[in-house]
Design a protein around this ligand. Structure first.
Ligand SMILES: [Zn+2]
Length: 298
């Protein structure tokens, strides 16, 4: 009887803590959802607005996303215009004040990274979907490390009580991740200088990291599908450079890539792009390991 009383008492004391809400995180892309889980552990509840096989430029603001946005304590996205076509609509319809831009609950991963290829002037008139520079920062694991640090600091600021827990998990994550980066760099040494063609300018950070030489994009401009005359230019450039690989994200159309591959005898390589983009890429670490494996396989 005494033991039972003690148990009930223990439960009553513990209950408020158990019932205490986790920090609810609305991640725009799977890489930030995965990172939020790595750092937040069981203190966070994470929703990803997109899956690894969806193009993050184009997302439908469906009711389930509005519901997730309504519950969010933190909005964790890439920024830099990547979600310009859908996030503002969601935020306007469903977001609380704490996740609006300028508040701690609004966190843009691109703010922790120097963007590649910032345009001289912002011009969307030609349909360019990279108005602030290249937003596809998640393809370089060193960017992930920088974002992890920024995210942890912010999370610790929002949930002060668990700050030590988050810092500890950041330390573990960074150590494991750094090991993967070193191993990947060594495995990918033979790729240095290899000329590649991409569909969309979505591998700029990956190519810079591993030293791949991007000679052309099949798209005429970011977000603008290939045109016949542009493809003729790409063909000439690719022949000249001796391109052996054409890199595609899981959601990229492969019609132009197949044509070019046939013309020059190159291989089409579908890379994960993000967590869940290919089979066996359930974690950030596995995503990069699969990427390097796909690039180095003969
Ligand atoms: Zn893009």
């Amino acid at each position: 009887m005494k033991r039972l009383t003690y148990l009930i008492l223990a439960f009553t004391v513990l209950m408020p803590h158990m019932a205490q809400a986790e920090t609810r995180i609305f991640a725009c892309e799977p890489e930030w959802a995965a990172l939020a889980n790595e750092i937040g552990g069981d203190k966070v509840a994470v929703t990803s607005a997109t899956s690894g096989t969806e193009d993050p430029h184009h997302v439908r603001a469906k009711p389930s996303l509005l519901a997730a946005m309504r519950r969010a304590d933190v909005v964790f996205c890439t920024g830099a215009g990547l979600e310009a076509g859908w996030l503002p609509v969601l935020m306007q319809q469903a977001a609380d004040a704490q996740v609006q831009p300028g508040n701690p609950g609004n966190l843009m991963a691109s703010s922790f990274v120097r963007l590649m290829n910032p345009p001289a002037k912002i011009d969307r008139a030609m349909g360019d979907v990279h108005p602030e520079g290249n937003p596809h920062i998640q393809t370089d694991p060193r960017n992930i490390v920088a974002v992890a640090k920024g995210f942890t600091e912010r999370l610790a600021q929002i949930d002060v009580e668990n700050a030590g827990y988050y810092q500890g998990r950041l330390g573990d994550f960074t150590q494991r991740f750094q090991g993967m980066i070193t191993a990947s760099e060594s495995a990918a040494k033979s790729l240095k200088g290899a000329p590649v063609v991409v569909y969309h300018d979505e591998w700029a950070y990956l190519n810079r990291w591993l030293g791949l030489n991007e000679v052309a994009t099949l798209e005429a401009k970011p977000g603008i599908p290939p045109t016949a005359s542009h493809l003729q230019d790409v063909l000439a450039t690719s022949r000249n450079a001796g391109v052996k690989m054409i890199l595609l994200a899981p959601f990229d159309d492969d019609q132009a890539a197949k044509w070019l591959a046939g013309q020059i005898g190159a291989k089409i390589v579908r890379l994960p792009f993000t967590v869940g983009g290919r089979p066996g890429t359930e974690t950030l670490q596995a995503t990069f390991e699969t990427t390097v494996k796909s690039l180095t396989q003969p």
